[in-house]
Design a protein around this ligand. Structure first.
Ligand code: PMP
Ligand code: GLN
Length: 380
């Protein structure tokens, strides 16, 4: 058996969701909306499925979806991508796996920012990469040159960059993105950018794709997820976008991971990506209202919440809220005794964990958020 996997715990999302079910808790842990997703997009998928559109689609994705992704990023991020530079995958998770397996050789150093989404490190290790961590810390989770510089070396091959950052809900600003681009260029590193939260951004802030920085077009893989864009996390339709030299080798890995992604979902995503601006601004406004409701409710109960700029998560600063427990203890108590699922942010660190922050998902109807606030007040 492979020790990379035998030594891994079950993901924190599965653990907390299981405990939430067991204890009848309001689950604000694992990130999934309770909204069913846009009906027109679901109907497209249903029609395609019923009409018999169910055989293998092309390995790299339906041409109409590859074209729709390129056009979508032209419209929203002013990027100049060819459909041939888009690979459709089974969720962003598979896009990450295919990219890391394809681009890392054993012994390559890989820069990872902590907190990091839990899928990255096992995949980097599986590919034989040596992780080099850059620690980000609350309350501002800022990338500084002092933290970045020691992680890079002549052996650096690749950087994994999640922006907006789950779980910190941070959107990196122009200065931080430019600094990272500068390091990638200087050390001749490839950037694998997990941008699944690119549309879930607040307060009028602008998402800044690293691929748009000078000199990054040829060395960046940009990854997106229809599960996030359409609030349907079970859909598992993702895309990797990169210059031909990169995307062609990533496709070689993809062909032996999943080979293809259900064609009926691809058709619906191709349609959905063309929806007018109002859908995307409406989604942002709805989530922002939920964020503000949860933040106001928690603040009224004496919790100190951190700034939440992107992704549908809000973090609580435990010591600043007068809570004298580490995050794991608090989250276990919250789910078992108070009846609220929450995620300890320490689960997103491989070493030197921050243990003072708990993450809550606010992609829920008001009544669920209100119940969560009321119950959480009892976990203190
Ligand atoms: N990356 C990040 C940062 C995520 O938060 C998630 C899911 N929440 C994923 C990747 C996985 O995306 P998908 O479901 O499309 O595989
Ligand atoms: N990305 C989701 C989150 O951060 C969970 C995904 C999963 O359960 N693996 O909550």
């Amino acid at each position: 058996m492979n020790p990379i996997f035998t030594q891994l715990p079950t993901t924190i999302f599965t653990v907390i969701s299981g405990l939430a079910r067991e204890h009848g808790a309001v689950n604000l842990g694992q990130g999934f909306p309770d909204d069913p997703g846009p009906e027109d997009v679901r109907l497209r998928a249903a029609e395609a499925l019923v009409s018999g559109y169910n055989q293998y689609p092309p390995m790299t994705g339906l041409p109409e979806l590859r074209a729709a992704v390129a056009e979508h990023y032209r419209r929203f991020q002013n990027l100049d991508l060819e459909p041939a530079e888009v690979l459709v995958t089974s969720g962003a998770t598979e896009a990450l796996a295919a990219s890391l397996l394809a681009l890392i050789s054993p012994g390559d150093e890989v820069v990872l920012f902590q907190p990091m989404y839990d899928a990255y490190l096992p995949m980097v290790r599986l590919a034989g990469g040596i992780p080099r961590f850059v620690d980000l810390a609350p309350p501002d989770w800022r990338i500084t040159e002092a933290a970045l510089a020691p992680a890079f070396s002549p052996k650096t091959r690749l950087v994994v960059f999640n922006n907006p950052l789950n779980p910190a809900a941070r959107m990196f600003d122009a200065q931080e993105v430019a600094l990272l681009a500068d390091y990638c260029r200087r050390f001749d590193a490839i950037a694998v950018c997990d941008e699944v939260w690119e549309h879930v951004v607040f307060d009028g802030l602008t998402h800044r794709p690293l691929i748009a920085e000078p000199g990054m077009r040829e060395r960046t893989v940009k990854i997106g997820s229809a599960g996030k864009i359409f609030s349907m996390t079970g859909w598992k339709v993702g895309f990797a976008c990169a210059a031909p030299a990169l995307i062609e080798v990533i496709a070689k890995a993809h062909q032996f991971l999943t080979f293809t992604t259900p064609p009926n979902l691809q058709t619906a995503v191709a349609y959905g990506l063309g929806k007018d601006e109002a859908y995307f601004t409406g989604m942002r406004a709805d989530y922002q209202r939920s964020r503000d409701r949860l933040a106001a409710g928690l603040t009224a109960e004496g919790f100190k919440v951190l700034r939440a700029e992107g992704a549908y998560f809000l973090c609580i600063d435990l010591p600043a809220s007068g809570i004298d427990m580490d995050d794991a203890t608090f989250c276990l108590r919250a789910v078992k005794e108070a009846g609220v699922g929450a995620i300890p942010v320490s689960a997103f660190y491989a070493e030197r964990p921050v243990t003072t922050v708990a993450r809550l998902c606010f992609a829920k109807v008001d009544a669920t958020l209100d119940a969560g606030i009321e119950r959480l007040a009892k976990a203190r």
